[in-house]
Design a protein around this ligand. Structure first.
Ligand code: PCA
Length: 323
């Protein structure tokens, strides 16, 4: 904290020097009221203030500038200087991007933090190879299952139209006999209202943000995993940024990771209550269903380990050793 205050004070002084202001548009996939977007907006303000206005970050929530699936490429190619993305949506490019969505590996905020510590160095290197500089990362709350009927076993899921947001969710749908369709969070209210989808795996946060009680009836807490959003900057833009401003941005990123994680935790209970208020039945999945899901999770874990090879195994080993 002291370091941060020093950076901010130092850059406030530098603000007295007139400089050319640079505007960094920051595409976000999720709605402005979502806690990730609120955190990103605060991060943006911190950078704008801290750099004395030399870098002004302007966030564009709800996929308004680039949709979630396009944000990574946009930042890699410099169409946007900075952005936020759920990297597990790019497991096709590299299995390691999906390490945070292995079912039942890291199922609490504490475990998610440890998995992140084990993952970060490898992921930073991987992103660097793709012209991306990682700034910070914030977990979503634990993932559960949404339906528009009571579900007590995998057999009840047969043929249900399922909204997926990454490879792991699509694979889970296949293994449970559901029909996956990829839909961005910004568009799910409509997808549920029109019947394009009738189920999903997500957090209470996303169900609450998108008011899914208007179409769905049940949320089963499964705590299957806690996927993460990652905030990264184009590496050419980064290397063209002064060392002073890089320091300010790093300090703001550190604060944002802390504040975002705190919000994610707080939001977990709050949004469960919100779903209930909306009229949904909210509670833990039954033992029978959990048992079946764990079997599917074991299949997905071995598939992931097979695909991710040695570097995947060493992340998982490091995580398990830290438990
Ligand atoms: N919400 C995001 C990803 C994980 C989550 O909890 C979504 O449903 O798209």
């Amino acid at each position: 904290m002291k370091k941060t205050a020093t950076f901010l004070a130092a850059s406030a002084l530098l603000a007295a020097t007139p400089a050319v202001a640079e505007k960094w548009d920051m595409p976000l996939a999720y709605s402005g009221s979502n806690f990730h977007s609120v955190t990103a907006a605060e991060f943006g303000k911190c950078v704008t203030t801290g750099t004395g206005g030399e870098i002004e970050i302007v966030t564009h929530p709800s996929g308004s500038l680039f949709k979630g699936g396009d944000i990574k490429r946009a930042v890699q190619t410099g169409q946007a200087p900075i952005g936020e993305r759920l990297l597990s949506g790019h497991q096709n490019e590299n299995p390691l991007f999906g390490v945070d969505s292995i079912p039942f590996l890291a199922t609490s905020f504490d475990a998610s933090e440890k998995l992140w510590e084990a993952t970060k160095p490898t992921l930073e290197g991987l992103l660097a190879e793709q012209n991306l500089t990682l700034l910070y990362s914030v977990p979503w709350p634990p993932q559960g299952l949404y339906f528009k009927k009571e579900v007590t076993s995998v057999a009840d899921m047969e043929g249900v139209k399922f909204r997926s947001y990454n490879n792991a969710t699509a694979r889970l749908a296949e293994l449970t006999g559901m029909l996956p369709v990829t839909i961005e969070a910004a568009e799910i209210s409509q997808a549920f209202a029109t019947g394009v989808a009738e189920s999903m795996v997500s957090s209470g946060a996303t169900g609450y943000d998108r008011k899914v009680w208007e179409s769905l009836t049940h949320f089963y807490e499964v705590d299957a995993w806690l996927p993460r959003n990652h905030i990264f900057v184009n590496s050419d833009v980064w290397s063209g940024t002064s060392e002073t401003n890089q320091n300010v941005i790093r300090a703001c990123a550190e604060l944002a990771e802390y504040a975002g994680t705190w919000r994610s935790k707080e939001y977990t209970g709050f949004t469960m209550a919100g779903l209930r208020e909306g009229g949904m039945t909210v509670g833990p999945a039954g033992d029978g269903l959990v048992g079946e899901l764990k079997e599917i999770g074991a299949t997905m874990t071995s598939e992931w380990l097979e695909a991710a090879g040695e570097s995947g195994a060493s992340i998982v080993d490091a995580f398990k050793a830290a438990q």
